[in-house]
Ligand binder design. Structure first.
Ligand code: ATP
Ligand code: MG
Length: 582
């Protein structure tokens, strides 16, 4: 791990907007979830994500405020107010109620980022049914497996994706309704399908929400599948407490912010932080339909005056690849705060933000299962590049040993665990209660990640349990080695595995992809080996380095080390439903 990190001192007054969380230690000491609950609406004691995100603003002072700025792939921009969102969500809620969709039914969403997706998601939550979003890039097998396991009754899709549903429909006895949103392309739903426009056109604009309680189901998300078969983590409406609280104190949302979260709705950041955190805080939210492109992304920030930006390490590494000048050429001065989640953010990435945007990038840690951010770097707290940061107030993490005892000494590696009971905690893995129960032991929720805590309480990610390498008696976290490799100017991305070895048990093996303009030569390999040995010492530095054109990643952008390992060893690849196309 980098130990000579520079602390980036912050002048809170110069941040552009005084942070909501001005004094971390004081808030942590005084934390009471009831104070957050008191800031929500919760009519008649009910908890409903759609009410807290849409209705309470639509019915109150923010009715005519822009909730969603939608930029389509063709560049056309349409704004929707909170009242617009409410009206459209109500129409959808009425339409599905007429169809017989019931509380806790599973409704799947398999569309690109178009406005109807958001209307239908909130309308479904109003009805009290469970939303289950999927990546639009999934193939038919991945879609089928998820709908089958969750016994989905409806899938909402678009004409360009319909053939994937047609291919699997007969194999899904639970699936009663296929809804097609076709009007944007002027395409009809087709026989046997329902047409979104026809369903909602005549529907009433008023809807009385299902009186969902805090423990009623709301969202089901399949995990990213980085370590194996994706698990269907199911959440309840109570999670809105966590979305709102972290939206306020980590994402630091202010009334006048223009917020952009680049996550796809197919993974949990795409609901918790692309929808629920900004909208429960009543903030204007950019929905950018297009895909990644450094230039295009910078232009979107510039065009919409984005102030707060939440993205992922994989995107940051791609931006880094495009070069600092590409950022510097644009006027990105609207930005005041940048964050990252999904994988560890290498120290190099944190500092690159400073070069490119005059803003360091704030890493934070959480999982599908935790529903909301658990550990974070906050605007008012000095960043330690490479660290996930400090626990969210009200969250009690610990480093534990194999017997589930807390390790209190600093800088000791162990499993990262959380004291159960935070508001946004998942409540089951759908149809897999045993696996759920196995994650709670010794009074802890076991995250499956390994980490260390330093003397000041900052948490440092080491690796996933399955990824940690045991080499000649040392435990080596892949992140540490990868971070050193990407410090080298030629390296774009690095993935590190343990390769079985008769003497050392495992040796450290690295796979790297190079930035444009660099060639995969034996000389460069030697240079990288030398760089790593110098920074890490011979015990930890990779003994082998292979060049790859790109590393295998999940759709949410995480490096799939298990696949690197399976390929290296010629073993079966296991579930690859979340693997990104090459
Ligand atoms: P699966 O559980 O199916 O193997 P996954 O764990 O990648 O997939 P997610 O819930 O999307 O599914 O990801 C959560 C995991 O991502 C965390 O447990 C951690 O390993 C990693 N992660 C997320 N954010 C960070 C971060 N800031 N630093 C380090 N690791 C992170
Ligand atoms: Mg996981």
């Amino acid at each position: 791990m980098v130990t000579d990190y520079a602390e980036i001192a912050k002048d809170v007054a110069a941040l552009g907007a005084p942070p909501n969380l001005a004094d971390y230690q004081a808030l942590r000491a005084d934390w009471n979830w009831d104070d957050i609950i008191a800031e929500l609406d919760l009519p008649g004691g009910s908890y409903n994500l759609a009410h807290e995100c849409i209705d309470r603003h639509a019915n109150g002072d923010r009715g005519d405020k822009i909730a969603m700025i939608y930029e389509a792939t063709d560049g056309e921009v349409t704004n929707y107010t909170f009242k617009d969102m409410q009206r459209e969500a109500n129409k959808w809620a009425n339409a599905i109620t007429d169809l017989g969709i019931e509380k806790a039914d599973r409704v799947f969403f398999f569309t690109d980022r178009i406005p109807e997706l958001y209307f239908a998601i909130f309308g479904t939550l109003k009805r009290g049914a469970i939303i289950a979003p999927l990546f639009s890039a999934f193939g038919p097998e991945a879609v089928m497996e998820r709908i089958r396991r969750a016994e989905g009754v409806m899938v909402v899709t678009t004409p360009n994706l319909l053939s994937k549903i047609d291919a699997i429909r007969d194999d899904l006895p639970s699936l009663e309704h296929v809804v097609v949103i076709g009007h944007r392309q002027g395409v009809e739903a087709g026989e046997g399908n329902l047409d979104y426009m026809e369903m909602t056109e005549g529907a009433s604009e008023e809807f009385e929400n299902e009186q969902t309680g805090s423990e009623d189901w709301s969202v089901m998300h399949f995990t990213s599948g980085t370590t194996g078969l994706p698990k269907g983590a199911a959440h309840v409406h109570n999670a809105v407490i966590g979305h709102y609280a972290t939206g306020k104190h980590v994402i630091d949302l202010h009334e006048d912010d223009i917020y952009w979260c680049t996550a796809d709705p197919g993974w949990v950041t795409g609901t918790s932080y692309h929808m629920f955190a900004p909208w429960s805080n009543g903030v204007t939210n950019l929905v950018y339909e297009g895909g990644f492109g450094a230039g295009r992304w910078y232009e979107a920030i510039q065009r919409h005056n984005v102030t707060v930006w939440y993205t992922a390490p994989t995107a940051i590494r791609m931006l880094m690849k495009a070069g600092v000048d590409s950022a510097r050429q644009r006027d990105l001065s609207s930005l005041r705060y940048v964050m990252s989640v999904g994988e560890p953010l290498n120290p190099e990435g944190v500092l690159w933000g400073q070069d490119a945007f005059d803003l360091p990038i704030h890493d934070n840690w959480w999982q599908t299962e935790t529903g909301a951010i658990m550990i974070a770097n906050y605007p008012s707290v000095p960043i330690r590049p490479g660290s996930m940061g400090l626990p969210f107030p009200g969250i009690e993490p610990a480093i534990i040993d194999d017997q589930f005892n807390e390790i209190t000494e600093p800088d000791q590696e162990g499993q990262l665990a959380l004291k159960p009971g935070w508001p946004s905690m998942f409540r089951t893995y759908w149809n897999d209660q045993d696996r759920y129960d196995s994650r709670f032991q010794g009074g802890w929720y076991l995250t499956g990640d390994r980490a260390k805590r330093d003397a000041d309480g900052y948490y440092w990610f080491v690796g996933r349990d399955d990824d940690v390498i045991n080499t000649a008696g040392h435990l080596v976290g892949p992140f540490e080695v990868e971070s050193v490799l990407i410090e080298h100017e030629a390296v774009a991305e690095a993935g590190v595995i343990g390769k079985p070895d008769p003497v050392a048990m495992e040796i450290v093996k690295a796979f790297v992809s190079l930035k444009e303009g660099y060639e995969q030569t034996p000389q460069l390999r030697r240079e990288l080996m030398g760089h790593a040995r110098q920074r890490l010492g011979p015990g930890v530095a990779p003994r082998e380095i292979d060049f790859l054109d790109s590393l295998p990643k999940t759709r949410s952008g995480k490096i799939m080390r298990r696949l690197l390992k399976a390929r290296e060893l010629g073993l079966p690849e296991g579930d690859t439903s979340t693997l990104e196309d090459d």
